[in-house]
Ligand binder design. Structure first.
Ligand code: HEM
Ligand code: SF4
Ligand code: SF4
Length: 556
């Protein structure tokens, strides 16, 4: 049996959002008829890379979840770990600086002293500095790739993406300068190569590479300038990092305590068993011999040495611009943003506290309401259309008696009326012994692909969009159980949605699920696409558990 209900929503004079809800015995699918079909070459290319990358990351993250648990999974804290490595670099860097000789003739010897004479502290600090900077590159690149593969970089997130790209540069330049300060043969190689490339650019009148032609040309002033730049750039980096996370609500700027301690201990152990050493001292009169490369920072050097300088700069410049523009390649039409209905809004602040992108603010009332002083206002440029605010608002209730059911804040294309209709439609399709409604999200395990006969599935943009009262509604209207799923814990596509949902079900966050709603009829299980079989097992266990609940205890 198939039932099709068309719907049309007038967003404004120019935009009509129309769709069709198709109910079948097996599943419910939503077709958004006027979604742009982006099928050009760039789009297909990026999408296929993203799919492959996402799959690999999900496998790695699943394994890490099994070892560390989702609350300490390093893959879920890559941004926070990058911050943490910077803190380690600052502390170890300050120690190194105390013993470091900033003159060109003394620099090498001072580092050798720390490494060999004072190996137990100076040497450990030096190695810690080296390994934390390598780890920073790894965590930063993984963090960036993860955002890209998981499609978390466009719309309201493009600000974080665009501000992230210059940070890549700051980290690399700071690291290269760090290698330079050792003033060994690797430093010599880096200095000569880098300044040859810099000289190609028409920005500096005097060629800088000639400072490195002979030992006599290399002055203390130039050396100190590079030292100061190495020390100053991290300040810019810190400012850029704060800007980068500025538009996010509760950004994870540090890893949880256990992960932080484990990471620090691992770096310390590595520093003790495999200390960092310098190579032979620099001698500008002689070409460097065999070099031991740090591939984390120096990977472009061999390739760039082979390329003509013009091509090397074109690759660097073009690559940077391409990466920066990725959120707009191809330009996408954004989903409509959340809309506030002042006739209901009481200015309670719940949506402001829950919005993961700081896209809602509370402002003095503009409609002269006699009782309420404040109203919610959506900052359209920051809104990513996650719908979490619908789940937060106490007025998102399917039990309200209104001609047109409307919450005080909702998504124009998926408002309360629509959610209630979808739930009612889903309930009609259920039959059999245990009738289970599954509320899922578009970014976790795709519940609409479950292909089962005993469940009806509704997929939301984010599970945080689900008002708890809709669970109550589904149970009262005939469902035997409600299964709630979304992205893996710690890894919500919209950052905080699954966490808020869990807290609402546990009475830890408003709006809570009413106390009288039987909790044994609700199952909360978060899963990614790669967890399909685990989710099916959990669903079957839930159906089995439901059978054991006495009928008299059923829905109120
Ligand atoms: C020093 C390097 C970096 C640090 C310390 C850093 C740190 C962070 C942190 C802490 C967050 C918040 C994560 C959360 O709470 O969900 C974040 C978000 C983000 N970062 Fe970075 N990041 C760095 C580099 C980059 C780079 C190079 C890119 C890409 C070019 C990037 C793209 C993003 C994006 C798009 C978000 C928003 C994610 C979302 O909304 O889910 N970051 N970053
Ligand atoms: S939909 Fe709501 S919660 Fe999500 S970003 Fe927009 S305003 Fe914030
Ligand atoms: S949660 Fe609802 S009622 Fe409260 S401020 Fe936001 S829109 Fe207004």
């Amino acid at each position: 049996m198939v039932q099709a209900i068309p719907y049309r929503i007038f967003l404004d004079e120019d935009h009509v959002y129309q769709g069709i809800v198709v109910f079948s015995m097996r599943r419910i699918e939503r077709y958004r008829l006027n979604k742009p079909r982006q099928r050009n070459f760039i789009y297909r290319f990026l999408k296929s890379i993203q799919r492959g990358g996402r799959w690999l990351f999900q496998l790695a993250e699943g394994a890490a979840n099994a070892v560390f648990g989702s609350e300490n999974n390093p893959m879920y804290y890559l941004g926070g770990l990058t911050f943490f490595f910077l803190y380690i670099l600052v502390v170890s860097g300050i120690y190194i600086y105390i013993f470091y000789d900033t003159e060109v003739d003394g620099a090498y010897a001072s580092i050798e002293y720390m490494t060999h004479e004072q190996w137990y502290l100076g040497g450990v600090m030096r190695s810690l500095h080296r390994y934390a900077s390598d780890a920073m590159v790894i965590s930063m690149i993984l963090h960036m790739l993860r955002r890209f593969f998981n499609d978390r970089y466009n719309g309201g997130r493009s600000f974080s993406w665009v501000t992230g790209v210059p940070m890549l540069w700051i980290v690399f330049i700071t690291g290269l300068l760090g290698y330079f300060l050792v003033w060994d043969q690797l430093a010599q190689f880096i200095a000569v190569r880098t300044f040859e490339w810099v000289d190609w650019l028409p920005i500096i009148a005097e060629p800088t590479a000639r400072n490195f032609l002979s030992n006599a040309n290399m002055t203390d002033t130039l050396f100190r300038l590079l030292v100061v730049t190495h020390l100053g750039l991290p300040l810019f980096l810190l400012a850029a990092m704060l800007l980068h996370t500025n538009r996010l609500h509760q950004p994870k700027v540090s890893p949880p305590r256990k992960l932080a301690i484990g990471t620090l201990l691992s770096l310390l152990v590595l520093s003790l068993i495999h200390p960092a050493f310098s190579q032979a001292p620099a001698n500008l009169g002689v070409a460097p011999g065999v070099l031991h490369f740090d591939w984390f920072y120096l990977f472009p050097y061999p390739l760039m040495t082979l390329l003509p300088k013009s091509v090397a700069w074109a690759v660097i410049g073009g690559g940077t611009i391409f990466v920066m523009l990725l959120p707009w390649l191809p330009p996408k039409r954004r989903d409509p943003v959340a809309k506030v209905d002042l006739t209901s809004c009481s200015g309670c602040n719940l949506c402001v506290e829950d919005c993961p992108y700081e896209a809602i603010r509370l402002e003095p009332r503009t409609d002269g309401h006699p009782r309420f002083n404040y109203e919610a206002q959506v900052i359209e440029s920051k809104c990513v259309s996650c719908g979490i605010c619908t789940g937060s608002c106490p007025f998102s209730s399917p039990f309200r008696h209104a001609t047109e059911l409307k919450s005080a804040i909702e998504m124009p294309h998926s408002g309360m009326q629509h959610l209630r209709d979808e739930t009612s439609g889903a309930l009609q399709t259920l039959s059999g012994e245990q009738r289970i409604i599954i509320f899922g999200c578009d970014h976790g395990m795709h519940v609409t692909k479950l292909d089962r006969t005993d469940t009806a599935e509704i997929s939301l943009e984010c599970i945080g969009m689900l008002p708890p009262s809709l669970i109550d509604y589904a149970l009262r209207q005939g469902a035997d159980g409600v299964f709630v799923t979304g992205c893996r814990m710690g890894d919500c596509f919209h950052r905080l949605g699954n966490q808020w949902m869990q807290q609402r079900l546990n009475d830890e966050r408003k709006p809570e699920l009413k106390r009288k709603v039987p909790r044994e009829r609700i199952r909360f299980f978060m899963a990614a696409e790669a967890d399909r079989s685990a989710l099916v097992r959990e669903l079957e266990a839930f159906a089995h558990d439901l059978q054991a609940i006495p009928v008299k205890d059923q829905k109120s």
